[in-house]
Design a protein around this ligand. Sequence first.
Ligand code: ADP
Ligand code: MG
Length: 238
Amino acid sequence: MASVELNSVRKSYGALEVIHGVSMDIKDGEFVALVGPSGCGKSTLLRMIAGLEEITGGDISIGGEVVNELTPRERNIAMVFQSYALYPHMTVAENMGFNLRLAKRPKSEIEARVGEAARMLDLTALLDRKPSQLSGGQRQRVAMGRAVVRNPAVFLFDEPLSNLDAKLRVQMRSEIKTLHQRVETTSIYVTHDQIEAMTLADRVVVLNKGHIEQQGTPIELYKKPANLFVAAFIGSPA
Ligand code: ADP
Ligand code: MG
């Protein structure tokens, strides 16, 4: 696991600035939820941490090292999206091992790591299936498995459950929390669902229009919202 530090991070698309100097400090092993309404910049922030999007100001550090110039692969980060993006022609095992094959890891190591991740995510019996033969929840677990086998220092989740029905969403929530604890990773979890954020996270960061309104533990935010926006968004009585 690794710490993640954002120091006055900015992002502009052309002349339009969408992230206005965001700073946050995420400790080793912490589970942080990034919440806010649609269009407030959650995905953009996550993609900048992953290295999929260039930053236009400030610094991002992972494990104490500034990573502004590093490629996504060099950052040792795994990202799980809401669309699972599994390869339909590959089996579950092949999907999970794909990144390791790309990295030219030995076959024995790939099998061992895929096997271990499958046990962790209860996928052992499904390893020979194709994605079309899986339920939505199982597909999402395969997508998480594909991330786990890379043994990343940081996990980034971008609304990973928003395609699932309500019941499955609640079940997958606790699976994600268990995974975070078992893999001993640092997790940043983006969602527009405040209940998901409040139940999952050690700390919640509330984003609005490209800036942070407040960050704190779920209890702090609920009991002492910094302003009306946070109170309304979190649904606290203030
Ligand atoms: P969220 O994930 O919170 O819904 P996004 O990070 O996707 O928000 O978007 C933040 C803002 O940046 C939005 O106003 C969006 O329209 C804008 N934006 C995102 N990606 C691009 C892009 N590639 N080009 C121009 N504007 C973009
Ligand atoms: Mg988004």
